[in-house]
Design a protein around this ligand. Structure first.
Ligand SMILES: Cc1cc2nc3c(=O)[nH]c(=O)nc-3n(C[C@H](O)[C@H](O)[C@H](O)COP(=O)(O)O)c2cc1C
Length: 402
């Protein structure tokens, strides 16, 4: 049961090979998957709803404006699914997806879908060779879509050449492979920190920093989706399907991290921990009319220094640094000084990425090879995947192939 418990959306477009997806549905269902078929309106010329409803044992989705509960179908279906496979994928739908067009339920769904997508094109050989179709396909490949290439052979239209839907067993194997690969952190225990600490001055004021916690959160979410047992220690409250601990200050974090690190395979220290805190925290709000205010700051504990002292050779520690200049040099210095296995350096002087943004661009360096991997500006959710794949698979994964 290789697909046991997996929720799969099967997108079907208007091509003659639509009938072949019946065999694919049977393979997926037999393997334990819960399959929901979503058709383009044109696909319903090639295959009936009744057939698909019977084989999937689920409703079939075609019209975008059918009655739905409070969440439109293109959002709710996307939220619950683990994988999206489009077979057969027409030249038309490939073109729409590559250009962000969302004019039916299937194309709207794919635009919001942020998990693995497999495309199995099928079309006339001249369509397949068409320059624009190939350009659109390259766009999808570069954005991380998995493609099951069509095969050579006799085509329904009477031509002979490349364009026939790949064998359904091959498509099924690809689905299993992608699902299994998505769980490459199964059995790993990963401790992640997120957010900027808030060091109190009085009951209403604190010393903080610009870290929003989005990067750490994205890493914890990605590690969880890759199958890891995750513990997130964050400076803010958050509800997740994995364990979370709220530690607003550096001292609170310091009390939790070493204990949780014990038994973890890795610590990913994405939190921005304040170097200093107020020596005295006022019990009551400091009044403005008390005139000038000065706060004496004392050094906070250095959590990474402490971790370096207790870390075993099988545990990994990944640190982050936020730099505004000499990124590489400063990152290498911290890697060495803190005895880190990897360092992820952010150039926080950029206005279009980094602190508070949903985007980031990072440079990852490992201790052993000192090889630099610099990502383009990407959503933090994508950067999180790149970091995890680099750290745990030791691949040099280019962003576009994730
Ligand atoms: C009989 C017939 C078979 C077709 N087969 C294919 C095909 O295999 N691949 C393809 O890309 N288009 C094929 N087309 C053209 C598509 O149906 C057409 O481009 C349509 O706009 C696709 O819509 P959709 O992508 O929204 O499903 C076929 C059309 C007809 C009439």
């Amino acid at each position: 049961m290789r697909l046991s418990g997996k929720k799969i959306i099967l997108g079907i477009t208007g091509g003659i090979a639509a009938y072949k997806t019946c065999g694919l549905i049977r393979l997926m269902v037999k393997s334990g998957a819960d399959v929901k078929a979503v058709l383009t309106p044109n696909a319903s010329n090639f295959i009936t709803e009744t057939t698909l409803r019977t084989l999937t044992k689920n409703p079939v989705y075609i019209r975008q404006f059918d009655e739905f509960e409070w969440k439109p179908e293109h959002v709710s279906l996307s939220d619950e699914a683990d994988l999206f496979i489009i077979a057969p994928a027409s030249a038309n739908t490939i073109g729409k997806i590559a250009n962000g067009i969302s004019d039916n339920l299937l194309t709207s769904l794919i635009t919001v879908f942020d998990k693995p997508v497999i495309i199995a094109p099928a079309m006339n050989c001249k369509m397949w060779e068409n320059k624009f179709v190939q350009e659109n396909l390259s766009k999808l490949i570069n954005s991380g879509f998995h493609i099951v290439e069509p095969e050579q052979g006799e085509l329904a239209c009477g031509y002979e050449g490349a364009g026939r839907l790949a064998d359904i067993n091959k498509i099924y194997e690809k689905i299993c492979e992608v699902i299994e690969q998505e769980k490459f952190l199964k059995g790993k225990r990963i401790l992640v920190t997120a957010g900027g600490t808030k060091e109190p001055i009085d009951p209403v004021r604190y010393i903080g920093n610009k870290s929003s916690g989005k990067m750490g959160l994205a890493i914890a979410d990605a590690a969880y989706s890759f199958g890891a047992e995750v513990c997130l220690v964050s400076t803010f409250k958050t509800q997740k399907p994995y364990k979370t601990i709220e530690t607003p200050t550096a001292e609170q974090m310091q009390r939790v991290i070493p204990e949780k690190f014990h038994g973890s395979d890795a610590l990913i220290m994405a939190a921005a921990v304040s170097d200093y805190r107020a020596r005295e925290v006022a019990r009551h709000k400091i009044k403005k009319d008390s005139g000038e205010m000065s706060i004496e700051l004392i050094k906070n504990p250095d959590i990474l220094d402490e971790i370096a002292g207790i870390k075993s050779s099988s545990q990994l520690v990944i640190g982050f640094c936020a730099e505004t200049e000499n990124l590489e040099q400063n990152a290498l210095g911290k890697l060495e000084k803190k005895n880190l296995d990897f360092i992820v350096a952010n150039d926080v002087s950029r206005e279009d990425a980094g602190f508070e943004s949903d985007y980031n661009a990072v440079t990852i360096i490992d201790r052993e090879t000192r090889q630099l991997q610099t990502t383009p500006r990407l959503p933090k959710t994508e950067i999180a995947k790149i970091i995890l794949k680099r750290v745990f698979s030791n691949y040099d994964v280019p962003a576009k192939n994730l």
